[in-house]
Design a protein around this ligand. Structure first.
Ligand code: 5GP
Ligand code: SF4
Ligand code: MG
Length: 461
């Protein structure tokens, strides 16, 4: 998912959030929402669809105020797309409203939800995010202090969360103690205000200067007194999602000080060293396969070619909730360029193989278009374990690398050869100058936040 927040008196904050969410649209395409505080109360508008489908001039004009948060959803926990699951979630503290937007997945909300229901709290959805919103509301109700409400909720919540919250007069941003999902702070020029975004490309679009990332476990508040940071819960083992660099984030973003684009180029360079192959052309599967394909070409000396065209009006196929839609989606999205690839031996670079459907279809399409050989090179290691922290890849029985050997995968996909980057190679591509440490659980099974057995049992089969 994408989250975005603005504190900027005198600015059209709803429109700024709308622009920010458009820059972050790649992070979630099922629903979009914006909530605005005007000093008195908080109002929200949200619906299913892309940001530009949900927000028109009239809707934006109705959202007046000086503090705002927004969300674009990619459904993980809480099932498929529904209006009730769309964010921000509103919670009432007496008659004061707050709005919460969450990126990530919480792993322990069923117990917490039951407790809140016992206390009389009503839920509209079955999402983990709404549990967080209601938990913060409930504690704040008791203490009449929003920051202690957030802190107490952070003590109770476990999993991945990068959150922005709007009260009628302040913006809050906070991140789980392992810092799994990204969240960065920007400042508008001329002291006009503050911006918080899942990725730096969201700061760029509203002209904000990158200040720093929200630290793991930190709560940052923005209001008329400026920016105020405090540690909400102690930082844990640093575990930023390494998949953000491989696939999820936009290439023009910088996460924890590292350029996503440069990391992707390095992945391709390193993979060319680890798994060289004799071929005529290097192709990248758009979009996330293109920067590593350029790196692979530079390192191997094999020329790069634009041999696969992507329909830019089709969204991310992985995100379509059903398998049938996903299979159709791949064909709608990618088309090989016969004039480029006919008779050529190809190295094809892609970011990841999860279920294997994309690769299988793609290899077939390339052969149908006349490719002489197709060698697949993947810039992430084998995905053998499900993600529970917001990228929510499937149960183990769906993960091809958890169920087949390399040779079996190569045969099933139909490629002439297949290789994955090593974990050490991937780590070398993301040099981690700030030593923040990464989550790589989907490759290793080494989960930085413990997965409750009730959740794990269903997924580890
Ligand atoms: P599959 O192997 O399941 O058919 O598809 C993997 C492809 O889906 C990858 O190449 C990647 O580009 C795309 N994809 C879309 N969303 C995600 C995601 O959340 N995680 C991963 N690993 N890949 C994704
Ligand atoms: Fe990222 Fe994989 Fe960890 Fe999920 S399990 S947070 S995708 S590195
Ligand atoms: Mg892809």
């Amino acid at each position: 998912c994408a989250v975005f927040g603005v504190f900027a008196p005198g600015e059209d904050v709803a429109r700024m959030v709308c622009f920010g969410l458009q820059a972050l649209q790649h992070r979630g395409q099922e629903s979009a929402g914006i909530a605005v505080g005007d000093g008195e109360t908080v109002v929200a508008a949200k619906d299913l669809g892309l940001v530009t489908q949900v927000f028109d001039e009239a809707t934006l004009a109705a959202l007046e105020g000086f503090v705002a948060v927004g969300h674009a959803r990619y459904s993980t926990s809480g099932g498929a797309a529904s209006w009730e699951a769309a964010q921000p979630h509103i919670s009432a503290i007496d008659d004061v409203l707050i709005a919460l937007a969450h990126n990530g997945t919480l792993v322990n909300t069923s117990r917490l939800r039951a407790c809140l229901v016992d206390e009389g709290v009503q839920f509209r959805s079955n999402t983990d995010s709404e549990v967080a919103a209601k938990a913060i509301g409930q504690v704040t109700q008791a203490t009449h202090h929003l920051r202690s409400g957030i802190r107490r909720a952070m003590e109770d919540l476990s999993g991945a969360y990068a959150m922005v919250l709007a009260s009628p007069d302040s913006l809050y941003a906070f991140r789980d103690p392992n810092g799994i999902r990204p969240l960065c702070i920007g400042e508008l020029p001329g002291g006009r205000g503050w911006v918080v975004s899942s990725e730096t490309c969201g700061l760029d679009i509203v002209g904000a200067r990158y200040v720093r990332d929200v630290a793991p476990g930190e709560i940052v508040r923005f209001n008329e007194d400026g920016m105020h940071a405090e540690q909400g819960v102690p930082a844990g083992r640093p575990a930023a999602c390494i998949f953000e660099y491989v696939y999820f984030a936009r290439p023009d973003s910088v996460i924890d000080g590292q350029s996503v684009y440069q990391a992707r180029r390095s992945m391709g360079r390193i993979l060319a060293q680890e798994a060289p192959v004799e071929a005529d052309l290097v192709l990248g599967v758009p979009d996330s396969g293109v920067p590593p394909a350029l790196g692979f070409a530079a390192e191997s000396g094999i020329p790069y070619a634009d041999g696969i065209v992507k329909n830019r009006y089709v969204g991310r196929t992985f995100i379509e909730p059903t398998q049938a839609m996903r299979q159709l989606g791949i064909r709608l999205k990618l088309n090989p360029l016969r004039s480029v690839i006919e008779g050529q031996r190809l190295v094809v670079i892609d970011d990841s193989i999860v279920r294997g459907n994309t690769s299988k279809k793609l290899v077939q399409m390339l052969r149908d278009a006349g490719a002489a050989e197709v060698h697949l090179r993947i810039v992430s290691p084998e995905v053998r374990w499900p993600c529970f922290y917001g990228i929510d890849t499937d149960t183990r029985d769906q993960l091809i690398a958890a169920n087949m050997t390399l040779d079996e995968m190569n045969a099933w996909i139909g490629s002439d050869s297949l290789a994955f980057i090593s974990l050490a190679g991937l780590r070398a591509a993301v040099p981690d100058a700030r030593c923040q440490g990464f989550c790589d659980a989907c490759f290793t099974g080494d989960y930085p936040v413990e997965i409750p057995s009730s959740v794990a049992k269903k997924s580890f089969m």
